[in-house]
Design a protein around this ligand. Structure first.
Ligand SMILES: [Zn+2]
Length: 687
């Protein structure tokens, strides 16, 4: 088949007539992507070559700014593609992803390894202090230069060729890794009869019935491997045999023997990354990765992780003792297993705080909590959300909103894709279809949030789900409020360990009593959450935080172990995992939050590789940052809100610590995080 395909009727070759440039989802077909990708790459290469070949001496405008204009068509096509591929994939999109992953890697490398292009950027970098650049321009040039260097542009030709080959191979492995996880998630379901539902509250039964209906199993009940399906099952099902079955399937996905086993992929990925780092002169991939982060080095990451690890283990041990008591009272004569923890924790929570998840959940209606997230943004940042009901979408569950500022001016588009479905990657994430920029006139952002809430009538959230909703929306605001000139600096394109600050700090507004009193309204009675229930809910917030901190921190330590391993070629993945978890002393009753074969943060891409710690790193900032609002006594304090908005708007135009200090007036302290997670040891009072 020829590479040239007919262009007629391909929406990527037409000017968009949809509202505000929303992709015409109703007209986009899988076959439209390859020609758009091919043309996009060709165009970008031609533009880059023109910069490289220019007879003019390099200037910021004819080199760095010109490069900002190079990949727009390709970005448009890949933006649509990777969003659909994550949210609503099918065999055709899967095949295109596999086909293009190594080609995009090759394309990217051919740009950053273009010697004449790099020579111009390098020359500008050397004279950067004489160029009269403003702060954002200086940072753009410095970061561009660093990106070239980190991709191997300054290496000898043999090493450069090896870097290119590694990048290409990694792109293929990352894609396969993600597809294998999705395969196992799609392939597995636990089909239950009415008689198997012991212990499941109404909302969990409804969601299981809905999942069964979607799979053509009317009248039955289905548990899937989506966190929003399997976690409630593990929390409530009184059937220990079924809990075990669900837990094992959930934690073994991605690592089952056969064609979709990720274990050999992990070994190869880790070895290739270590080689990449060695070629660039770093002792490990983690050292390479962290050199370009807020944390800066392996030591500071490990120091942070260990600062919470021991207190978290001690807290988990206390929690375990109470759970065991509960289990014995409930007639369990065996030791507590991993599929028991959530179940007995819920029993203890009910007893100790008189709090029942099933009592709470009817107050957390998805639509109301979305409204809460929107209204919070209106009060903090002065933007409003307006549904566009007839906008074309790729799935009927997706909602589109126009975002406006207080003066009514257009800010951007926001797509909300909240429900779990087959063909959607697990987890929750923010992404963009178009990034804000202003280089050649204003370009408004098109931002999307994906969640995986179990659909219901209506859809009800857990407290954690509601936090996730606010979390992703915080990332969404980072994209929407972006006010930068250059696309490379737009919105969330900041260092990975800073990007979780805008999202995590936003979660605090969800759990604020002011928010809950107004938006946590019973879906049947319309009554706001009773004050006593609210108090019990907030009092229980630190409950089980030992468990949560242990399962997360163990995953972060495992990430660091893989990416600091001096002899990655010799890794036997399951043995390595066991050895690391033994060494750090992971309690037997608690599983690591993501086991290697489905740890997509690490292996379905390199974004969070040696970077899973970023959530905790950013939590130091968000706990400390939100304390400023609590201290002020006004959660919408105008001065603090303006300071926070400046962070959301700045993108990557400034150093993150400078941005934080400008908002907070000082560097962050770790104490609010420890307090927030209930990890501060009580200081005995003097008698
Ligand atoms: Zn996040």
């Amino acid at each position: 088949m020829g590479r040239r395909r007919p262009m007629t009727g391909n929406p990527f070759f037409e000017t968009r007539t949809t509202p505000f440039g929303l992709p015409p989802f109703d007209r986009i077909r899988p076959e439209h992507f390859p020609p758009a990708f091919d043309r996009g790459m060709e165009e970008e290469l031609a533009l880059v070559q023109a910069i490289a070949d220019s007879a003019e001496p390099p200037t910021f405008a004819n080199t760095v700014e010109a490069a900002e204009r190079c990949g727009r068509r390709l970005a448009t096509a890949t933006g649509v593609f990777y969003n659909l591929y994550s949210s609503c994939t099918n065999d055709a999109l899967d095949a295109i992803a596999r086909d293009y992953a190594p080609r995009f890697a090759q394309h990217y490398t051919s740009i950053v390894h273009n010697p004449a292009f790099f020579a111009r950027v390098d020359a500008l970098f050397r004279q950067r202090h004489e160029l009269g650049l403003d702060t954002a321009q200086m940072r753009l040039l410095e970061r561009n230069h660093l990106e070239f260097v980190r991709a191997g542009a300054a290496l000898a030709s043999e090493a450069k060729a090896r870097m290119a080959a590694i990048a290409e191979r990694l792109a293929t492995l990352h894609t396969e890794f993600g597809q294998n996880v999705l395969h196992d998630e799609k392939a597995w379901q636990l089909v239950l009869e009415e008689g198997d539902l012991d212990g499941l509250p109404g909302f969990a039964r409804d969601a299981a019935a809905e999942a069964a209906r979607e799979r053509g199993l009317d009248g039955k009940y289905v548990i899937t491997l989506a966190r929003s399906s399997v976690e409630p099952f593990l929390t409530f099902s009184a059937r220990r045999d079924l809990r075990r079955k669900a837990y094992e399937a959930w934690t073994e996905r991605g690592g089952l023997p056969g064609d979709h086993d990720n274990t050999p992929l992990i070994k190869e990925i880790v070895a290739l990354r270590a080689e990449q780092a060695r070629l660039l002169g770093f002792p490990s991939y983690a050292a390479f990765k962290l050199a370009d982060s807020m944390a800066k080095d392996v030591d500071s990451v490990e120091r942070l992780l260990l600062q919470v690890w021991e207190p978290a283990k001690r807290k988990a041990a206390t929690e375990k003792a109470v759970l065991e008591e509960q289990a014995r009272a409930g007639g369990l004569n065996e030791p507590l297993a991993r599929w028991d923890w959530r179940f007995y924790a819920e029993k203890v929570r009910q007893a100790r705080y008189d709090l029942d998840e099933a009592e709470v959940k009817p107050y957390f209606v998805l639509d109301r909590m979305v409204q809460a997230a929107f209204d919070t943004a209106t009060k903090l940042f002065g933007i409003t959300f307006h549904a566009i009901p007839d906008a074309p979408v790729y799935h009927p569950d997706v909602k589109v909103y126009e975002v406006r500022d207080t003066g009514g001016a257009h800010v951007g588009l926001f797509l909300h894709d909240n429900l779990a479905r087959s063909g959607k990657r697990s987890g929750a994430w923010m992404s963009s279809y178009r990034d804000q920029e202003a280089l050649d006139g204003p370009v408004s952002p098109i931002i999307v949030n994906n969640n995986n809430f179990a659909k219901g009538q209506p859809t009800l959230l857990s407290f954690d789900d509601a936090e996730t909703l606010f979390h992703e929306f915080g990332h969404g605001l980072h994209g929407l409020l972006s006010r930068v000139r250059y696309r490379s600096q737009s919105g969330t394109s900041v260092r990975r360990d800073f990007v979780e600050f805008p999202s995590q700090v936003y979660e605090h507004w969800m759990s604020a009593p002011e928010t809950l009193r107004k938006y946590a309204v019973h879906h049947e009675t319309g009554e706001p959450i009773p004050e006593s229930l609210l108090n019990r809910l907030l009092a229980a917030r630190n409950f089980n935080q030992g468990f949560a901190t242990v399962e997360y921190t163990a995953a972060a330590l495992l990430d660091m172990a893989f990416h600091t391993e001096p002899e990655p070629d010799a890794i036997d993945v399951p043995a390595f995992e066991r050895a690391v978890l033994d060494r750090i002393g992971l309690p037997a009753e608690i599983g690591v939050r993501h086991r290697p074969p489905h740890f997509q943060h690490l292996f379905a891409g390199s974004g969070y590789a040696a970077g899973y710690y970023a959530y905790l790193w950013a939590e130091v900032l968000d706990a400390d940052g939100f304390e400023a609002f609590s201290e002020s006594g006004d959660l919408f304090d105008p001065k603090l809100s303006a300071g926070l908005k400046a962070i959301y708007s700045a993108g990557d135009t400034r150093d993150p610590m400078e941005l934080y200090v400008a908002f907070r007036g000082r560097e962050p302290r770790i104490e609010p995080l420890l307090k927030h997670r209930g990890l501060v040891e009580e200081t005995p009072k003097a008698a």
